[in-house]
Design a protein around this ligand. Structure first.
Ligand code: AMP
Length: 194
């Protein structure tokens, strides 16, 4: 199934020097949310592409109640419905630790963490052997504080929005990676409104 990450799309727009990237960059670097109108039109365009015809997984969207309402309208227009909304619950201290130590291979995109998932051989990607890695500009403790505040103030209100619609499924993100993964698989394979 097609995975759509709004954060990845914005980072790609920044890399390409696209106008959307220019508009979003300062906000992202500061850990603040990008305006709803920008995100909503980006998603509307993306879900209209043929690879989304059989369904898609949204990652990092919606992040505000107006985005959730816009999504509902977009889906209704296409006669599609949400199967589930998955909340992965992680303590804030653990989140900061996870985010501050993560990095990816600059060539193949494989994900690592300084403490929890280091490369097997120092400085070399396990998957493709590349020696170049990248870290996100906003993955530092200071920006993380603003990102968490944005989550509490603007994103957390979508939890009751989806709970009321019977769509919200919560997963314990403090559990082992394999467990988190199988919990998500169970939710997705149990079908709509299970
Ligand atoms: P992420 O990769 O999901 O952690 O997103 C990184 C940054 O991109 C966020 O801190 C926001 O600045 C911006 N962003 C990504 N998705 C959204 C969204 N749905 N609404 C507003 N801003 C977003």
């Amino acid at each position: 199934m097609t995975q759509i990450s709004t954060g990845d799309m914005l980072r790609a727009a920044i890399k390409q020097g696209a106008p959307l990237g220019l508009e979003a960059r300062a906000l992202m670097d500061a850990g603040k949310l990008v305006p709803d109108s920008l995100i909503v039109s980006m998603i509307e365009e993306r879900i209209s592409l043929p690879d989304c015809g059989r369904g898609f997984i949204l990652d990092g969207f919606p992040r505000t109640v107006p985005q959730a309402q816009a999504l509902e309208a977009m889906l209704a227009k296409r006669r599609k419905t949400l199967d589930a909304v998955i909340e992965i619950k992680v303590d804030e201290t653990a989140l900061v630790e996870r985010v501050s130590g993560r990095f990816t291979c600059a060539r193949c995109g494989a994900g690592y963490h300084d403490t929890f998932k280091p490369t097997r051989s120092a400085g070399r990607c396990d998957v493709c052997g590349s020696e170049e890695f990248s870290r996100r500009a906003d993955d530092n403790a200071e920006t993380m504080a603003t990102r968490l505040a944005a989550y509490r103030e603007q994103t957390a209100p979508i939890l009751p929005y989806y709970a009321q619609r019977g769509l919200l499924k919560s997963v314990d993100g403090m559990a082992e990676m394999e467990h988190v993964c199988s919990e998500i698989e169970t939710i997705l394979s149990s079908g709509p409104n299970a």
